[in-house]
Design a protein around this ligand. Structure first.
Ligand code: KG4
Ligand code: ZN
Length: 357
């Protein structure tokens, strides 16, 4: 797996044990799973911090010297690999190109089949990774279809109905900012560094979520769509031109976090009520590291009597293990000739749009 869609350069090697389509009910029992043999993520956060966000051209250039080094240092060679999966969209086009060109070169030189993977599908398939002793073994059980999938990242906020491997219906999506983007922009307003999501959750621990009454945009709306730009504006208005003390920051962070998570929960609950056939609930994307969201979804899953799949914290942010996992499930579409034609698709959307809303 190779990932360079935004500001992380990452490679990973996964191995299937048995058939992961028939997951073992628990560790050690008969069935299959995907285990992580190698996984490394090199983050560009320190570079982008000075700009308060990711600068696309800087990101692309920074991947170039790092990615080749990661591959060389891994010691992974043609004998270790049956399939190469690379993120080919969505993402920053020049950044995607670095990973794609590298993957194409390896595919050609090693004579291995290549497949372009959707980054969001990668986040979803982080839930199929079992790990290894080094990366942490957890239950082998895998989501059962149809699964409702809440995708929450820096660029996406979507509710997907996953009806089978690689099959999605988009039930709802954000009409403006993504939830991760709202975390990042609100953090900036509070004077917290990039990326803002983890900083807001940290600050919120000492805060009072009841101090500020922030909106839950679109909560009264009958669709399964989201909106987060009004929430960010509400934070801006609450900050005003005051100088914030640490308690103000903590209270603003806690109030914002609760409003953002509440908005996600309201629509996820509505989606479960509207789609009674759902058999499992899946969380995916960088914001899935948020503990308030994880706890809220656990309660919701319990209320509906559904198994909940939360990605291991090692695989919530951008990584290449999830790309390898998604590539594994799409391996029938891989080809030894893909190096001739694989191209970035910076706006690649997963699934058909808003069928049910
Ligand atoms: O999936 P991801 O790593 O990159 C994209 O594909 O966009 O998601 C990154 C986003 C950022 O907006 C970051 O602030 C957010 O995930 N994030 C969090 C937390 N950790 C990361 N948001 C809320 N709480 C967190 N603990
Ligand atoms: Zn991502």
């Amino acid at each position: 797996g190779i990932e360079t869609s935004c500001d992380e350069s990452a490679i990973a090697l996964l191995e299937n044990q048995g058939d992961p389509r028939r997951p073992a009910p628990s560790a050690g029992q008969a069935g299959g799973w995907l285990s992580v043999k190698y996984n490394i993520v090199s983050s560009q956060i320190e570079i982008h911090k000075q700009y308060g966000g990711v600068v696309p051209e800087v990101a692309a250039r920074a991947h170039v010297p790092v990615l080749a080094g990661l591959i060389a240092d891994s010691g992974i060679g043609p004998d270790d690999v049956d399939l190469i999966a690379v993120t080919s969209g969505p993402g920053l086009i020049t950044a995607l190109r670095v990973g794609i060109d590298t993957a194409k070169t390896l595919s050609w030189a090693w004579g291995k089949p290549l497949i372009g993977v959707n980054h969001i599908e990668g986040h979803v398939y982080a839930n199929w990774i079992v790990g290894s002793a080094e990366w942490g073994v957890r239950s082998c059980a895998a989501p059962v279809f149809p699964a409702l999938c809440l995708v929450v990242s820096g660029g996406h906020t979507e509710l997907l109905l996953m009806t089978g491997h690689g099959q999605y219906q988009r039930l709802g999506e954000t009409l403006d900012d993504a939830v991760g983007e709202a975390f990042d922009k609100s953090a900036k307003l509070l004077g917290l560094p990039y990326p803002g999501g983890p900083e807001i959750s940290k600050a919120a621990q000492a805060g009072d979520a009841r101090r500020y009454k922030f909106p839950r945009p679109l909560s009264q709306d009958a669709t399964l769509n989201f909106s987060f730009s009004g929430l960010k504006t509400a934070v801006r208005v609450a900050v005003g031109d005051r100088t914030l003390n640490p308690q103000d920051v903590a209270d603003l962070a806690a109030s914002f976090q609760e409003a953002a998570v509440d908005s996600l929960m309201i629509k996820t609950k509505r989606a479960l009520n509207q789609n009674r056939e759902v058999q499992s609930l899946i969380l995916a994307g960088g914001v899935s590291a948020n503990q308030l969201l994880r706890a809220g979804l656990s309660e919701l899953a319990h209320e509906f009597g559904l198994p909940l799949f939360l990605p291991d914290l090692a695989f919530t942010g951008d990584n290449a293990a999830m790309i390898a996992a998604a590539g594994y499930f799409r391996r029938s579409e891989a080809s030894e000739k893909a190096w001739e034609s694989l191209a970035p698709e910076s706006n690649w959307q997963l699934g058909e749009g808003n069928k049910k809303s």
